[in-house]
Design a protein around this ligand. Structure first.
Ligand code: FES
Length: 128
């Protein structure tokens, strides 16, 4: 097992995956951390089983950008129920980072925005 550190956080912050605008997203959600002003937006496309692809835009700290980046890879192809179960601890484990309690919201913001967007995909299904 890899020792906790910041290598993966820095890699995703400096070279974020799937950052940009999706041409025709099926669901979009955005939110801001009122304490710091950092903002994350997720765009999702639908697949028959859940999330097709995920892209994000963000103006945030290294942890929030790295979280959003790693989430875009993590949720591709996942069912919406699986997306709903992603926790802060899951992502901290994925990031292999020693995220202190005062920075957990930096991980929580992108998760919340992603799950809000996934909830909109569920609502689309209900509306059919
Ligand atoms: Fe604002 Fe991390 S410092 S989300």
């Amino acid at each position: 097992m890899t020792e906790p550190g910041w290598t993966l956080v820095l890699e995703h912050f400096q070279h974020p995956r799937n950052m940009g605008c999706m041409e025709s997203p099926d669901a979009v959600s955005e939110d801001v951390n009122e304490l710091c002003g950092d903002r994350i937006r997720f765009q999702l496309s639908r697949s028959p089983h859940g999330v097709g692809t995920a892209m994000f835009l963000g103006d945030g700290c290294a942890i929030s950008i790295a979280t959003a980046s790693i989430l875009t890879e993590k949720v591709t192809g996942l069912g919406l129920d699986e997306v709903a179960r992603i926790s802060i601890d899951d992502v901290i484990e994925d990031l292999v980072a020693d995220v202190k309690s005062g920075r957990r919201q930096c991980v929580g913001l992108p998760i919340k925005v992603l799950q809000d967007a996934a909830h909109k995909l569920v609502a689309m299904d209900i509306g059919k």
